[in-house]
Design a protein around this ligand. Sequence first.
Ligand code: FES
Length: 68
Amino acid sequence: SFLDLVVDQNVYIDGFGACEGTLACSTCHVILDQKGYDQLGPIIDEESDMLDLAFGLTDMSRLGCQVC
Ligand code: FES
């Protein structure tokens, strides 16, 4: 996932991925461009529910722990 990439590359983003990919936060919120968004699989209900809590939600939003 994108979260794994951030962790593996030791990229520090304050608070990013707080729940370590268990869909219990929205700190891994990312906003993609249309091309990137269209390449991803569908959003599952649990991701959608957590995305609703994300700050600055857009039509191109996903959770970084759920996309790769
Ligand atoms: Fe918490 Fe993605 S890291 S929902």
